[in-house]
Ligand binder design. Structure first.
Ligand SMILES: *[C@@H]1O[C@H](CO)[C@@H](O)[C@H](O)[C@H]1NC(C)=O
Length: 434
């Protein structure tokens, strides 16, 4: 009950941050020459609505040329050329380049404090909305509402998702169904093998259900944004489930890595320490993620949060590997001393496989997906999301399959022949290591 009463407070905190694809931004006494806003993939029927109010130019003098302050749209390629032009001194202000699509300069305001601009973009490409202020002594304050969308080919309704992302709501929804199916399957397995179920198997169930809920909320979130330009609170649920999913997944990897409840009922001190590092870091990572998503690149702290997120993520990924390495080491020592070489060798193989799979999973979802995102055209941005989700699905499937409850525990039913073969193999490995 206490939790229920706290929930609205928690939600209100998040809702105030959520602005989604129709974005509201405040700029206060800012003298940055270039302020990038959102990036958006336009189709041939792209639209931009820009509403700017409370404009205030500090240190403004009548003789200053206000055509050097304003908004424009620019593709990444064009921006590189503009930078080159600026470097070579061909022009003094990005707004004067004919490579950018000028939306509005402040000269046309004639001293007004606000304006509404409707801009049509019919060349399909990915553009960034940029504010440029080439008057170095002038500081700008203003309140901005920007909405970018594409008109749907048939219905002519606005679609607020960028061109390469409009299929994502459907993708997330299908994936959430897959995970709900997996959760059902897992419940069935737990019921069937209820005599050999460990506590960790219920934890695994929780992880799968949270993942399914997370995807469902993401699907709702994105489909609301697609239709209306804002998330209608679904982003809050999405962040909550992301947070729970992140924490439980990392905890699960650590727990499985330590062999908790499979090999031993307790955690060693150093293993607890890993958890005490990973869980708070996940909290930080999630906060960073919310800030990154909700503020967009115009914020001055955006880069900092991005770096914080990256750093925390790398630390978490490295930290979860330690328990697996310790387990492998312990198992190898045990195999040498307690005579049950075959049993320990099987466990050892399992843990080695798990180690490799965790590394592949981390590598794929952090590095390969990022590379995919960078090289794919904006029209196919969904492919990298799909690749990441499929890798995650494969990881869940592997973990579930390898650590499922077993009716007869294969670790303990081993005949003498296998025992000898295993002892032999261990000896070989030792020599190899030497
Ligand atoms: C924003 O600008 C657009 C385009 O001029 C206009 O249609 C819309 O009503 C404006 N919205 C607000 C909230 O002022």
């Amino acid at each position: 009950m206490a939790l229920l009463r706290l929930l609205p407070l928690f939600l209100s905190l998040f809702v105030s941050l959520s602005v989604a694809e129709i974005r509201f931004s405040e700029i206060r006494s800012d003298s940055r020459p270039i302020i990038p806003f959102d990036k958006f993939g336009f189709t041939h029927a792209g639209r931009l609505e820009l509403n700017v109010s409370n404009i205030d130019l500090l240190n403004r003098k009548p003789e200053l040329d206000l055509s050097k302050v304003g908004f424009f749209l620019c593709t990444n390629d064009a921006w590189l050329h503009v930078l080159q032009q600026l470097e070579e001194g061909d022009l003094s202000c990005a707004l004067q380049s004919d490579l950018v699509k000028l939306v509005l300069t402040f000269k046309s305001l004639n001293g007004k404090k606000s304006f509404n601009k409707f801009y049509q973009e019919n060349d399909a490409d990915q553009y960034t909305l940029v504010f440029a202020n080439c008057l170095s002594q002038v500081k700008v304050s203003m309140t901005i509402r920007s909405a970018m969308y594409n008109l749907d080919g048939k219905t002519k309704r606005p679609d607020y998702l960028s061109a390469g992302k409009t299929v994502l709501p459907r993708v997330y929804f299908l994936l959430s169904l897959v995970y709900f199916g997996l959760a059902g399957l897992w419940i069935y397995v737990l019921y069937k093998k209820r005599l050999t179920v460990f506590r960790i198997h219920f934890f695994m169930l929780a992880v799968v259900i949270l993942k399914a809920l997370n995807l469902l909320c993401e699907a709702e979130d994105k489909s609301y944004i697609k239709r209306t330009g804002s998330a209608h609170g679904w982003d809050v649920l999405f962040y909550i489930f992301s947070f729970l999913k992140g924490i439980t997944l990392f905890t699960l990897i650590v727990l499985i890595g330590t062999g908790w409840s499979f090999l031993k009922p307790y955690l060693q001190d150093k293993e607890k320490k890993v958890l005490m590092i990973v869980i708070p870091l996940q909290v930080v990572a999630n906060i960073a993620q919310v800030v990154i998503d909700e503020t967009g690149p115009f914020g001055q702290d955006w880069i900092t949060w991005k770096q914080v997120f990256l750093l925390v993520d790398v630390v978490c990924c490295c930290a979860v590997l330690f328990p697996i390495v310790w387990s492998i080491k312990n198992l190898r020592e045990a195999a040498r001393t307690d005579g049950k070489a075959a049993v320990n060798l099987m466990k050892l193989t399992l843990f080695r496989q798990y180690y490799i799979v965790v590394i592949c999973y981390i590598y794929f979802t952090r590095v390969v997906v990022y590379a995919l995102e960078t090289i794919t055209s904006y029209k196919y941005l969904w492919t990298s999301e799909v690749a990441e989700e499929l890798a995650t699905l494969a990881f869940y499937l592997f973990t579930g399959y390898k650590f499922k409850p077993e009716a007869h525990n294969p670790y303990f039913v081993i005949d003498d022949e296998e025992e000898e073969a295993a002892a032999e193999q261990l000896k070989l490995e030792d020599e190899f290591e030497l």
